[in-house]
Design a protein around this ligand. Structure first.
Ligand SMILES: N[C@@H](CCC(=O)N[C@@H](CS)C(=O)NCC(=O)O)C(=O)O
Length: 211
């Protein structure tokens, strides 16, 4: 019997990260592909040690699909994308294009935006990473000014992960980048994103309810 993929997240998180916990990427991908899935949780409290066998950094998300166990949202997304052509085209040229933009989202944009964000929210008056982030965002703006989708001429998992990286409010507010702003607004208006987002908010809200 085929197993239903299980997306693992925390049982609860504080208000701030709600709507941005990366299990949302996996929920969103499954929704886009029409894949059935279930969500299970590990305790947020004690996360440094309580699930290191599944996620060696004590983070979420991680994914179970039959015998496949994966951590890192990018790896989990590529696994899900392998199941459905809507996320990753089967044509090798289009698939390679999609793959490179997934990696660019994680390894060229998020690898600048996350450290910048951490320094910003920790109150650094002069964030030394701002110029680096601005350069990357400006280069991406030039790409998005020319095309509606990052890869393959249509929506792919590359747009999903890039839009998720870019939709962080402080990143969005940084500079005037109309093509990027229109791109993020359009991608996050997809019904699959809206459902995944609403489901994550409901999941954490339910955990606030008194027992
Ligand atoms: N590179 C990892 C990052 C995972 C990550 O940052 N997870 C956050 C939630 S979105 C987390 O678990 N934070 C809690 C912590 O680091 O203690 C991925 O993409 O899966």
């Amino acid at each position: 019997m085929a197993t239903i993929p299980t997306i693992w997240t925390y049982d609860w998180v504080p208000e701030g990260p709600r709507g941005f916990v990366r299990d949302l990427r996996l929920r969103w991908a499954a929704e886009e592909a029409g894949l059935p899935y279930q969500v299970r949780t590990v305790p947020f409290r004690g996360r440094e040690t309580n699930h290191l066998d599944a996620q060696p950094f004590g983070q979420v998300p991680f994914l179970e699909d039959g015998d496949v166990r994966l951590f890192e949202s990018g790896a989990c997304l590529l696994h899900l994308a392998g199941k459905d052509e809507r996320l990753m085209p089967r044509d090798p040229v289009a698939a390679a294009d999609t793959l490179q933009w997934v990696m660019a989202a994680l390894n060229s944009i998020e690898m600048a935006s996350v450290p910048w964000w951490f320094l910003t929210v920790s109150g650094q008056p002069e964030n030394p990473l701002g110029a680096w982030l601005d350069k990357r965002l400006g280069q991406l703006e030039a790409v998005l000014a020319d095309r509606a989708w990052l890869a393959a001429g249509r929506f792919t998992v590359a747009d999903l992960v890039m839009a998720d990286v870019l939709r962080v409010r402080k990143v969005r507010e940084r500079g005037d980048r109309p093509a990027t702003e229109a791109y993020v607004a359009r991608i996050t208006d997809r019904p699959a994103f809206r459902k995944a987002h609403a489901d994550q908010l409901a999941h954490f809200r339910a955990a606030d309810a008194p027992a």
